[in-house]
Design a protein around this ligand. Sequence first.
Ligand code: HMG
Ligand code: MG
Length: 305
Amino acid sequence: MSDLRTNEFVKIVEVGPRDGLQNEKTPLTLNDRKNLILDLVKTGLKNIEVGSCVSAKWVPQMAHSDELFAQLSKDTDVSFSLLAPNLKGFESALAVGCKEVAVFTAASESFTQKNINCSIDESFEKFTDLMSTAKAHGVKVRGYVSCMVDCPYEGAIAPKKVAIVSKRLLDLGCYEISLGETIGTATPDRVKAVWDACFAEMDVSVLAGHFHNTYGMAIANIYQSLQQGIRIFDSSIAGLGGCPYAKGASGNISTEDLYYLLSKMGYKTGIDLSALMQASHNVGQVLERHNPSNYANAYWQQHSA
Ligand code: HMG
Ligand code: MG
């Protein structure tokens, strides 16, 4: 086993403004969404998902994500990205100067159907046009595969199936594949089996872990992933999130808890702790929500007068 106490860099993709806010009962105003992103920029995070160019009938919380993107500074070293399920969504992202989009499918037929109203094969047909347009415009494309372990409709998903869908996304031209543990039911042994299946198809360096924390297992699953060499993780400020098409699934691992694990183990993240805590505090005020992050709660207990 490799030495985990290291000064290696771990890339964090902040998904709070997208995965976090797509599940809010009352959509935030564009201004509140923008303020959250500006707070996140101050933390030193270099990869931030701004929103989704999806149907506002399906996910009203993400309406006007392209407008929001247009309001962000282009003079930055932060990669602001948008989700796009098809060419229409991609064109909205392109029109506002977006340089990175994420496409999303799943290793489960039922979840793909509920989430984007098509089969897995049909999702790839949509991505083909999107990908060639992205290549022509120099836009980077990240790929998501939901249901890396369990599907809310089908139950357990075979690791081999996850590996096959991930490889298809890579072959299509995605530069990075994020595996979504969509409903947060996984335990480290099952996560290990999925990474092992993927390693047979692709290099560890293109894989990212996206762990929801419904059963409190996300940090254990991240530790397992680190042991297997994964160095890219998605997280959400204040543990916000869920998927509108995965009932009962709670938020992603909080960026605060991920930061604590990584920094205490010696990994570099480029995050400024006090700015992270300020962003965490501010979004809590806006949403009037208890923060499920253990670290954020411990931090404020120690830092309140
Ligand atoms: P559809 O109804 O099959 O689409 O929806 P359609 O092509 O038949 O078109 C129907 C209408 O939608 C048309 O408008 C289109 O123009 C419009 P109308 O003529 O009726 O006025 N339309 C669009 N509008 C805006 N943006 C677009 C777009 N495309 C078509 N891009 C669609 C298909 C994919 C659009 C729909 O199912 C959808 O928007 N789904 C949203 C899915 C979503 O956002 N899910 C959450 C994100 S994924 C996630 O959270 C998981 C992840 O975090 C990883 C994990 O945790 O597992 C990534
Ligand atoms: Mg998610």
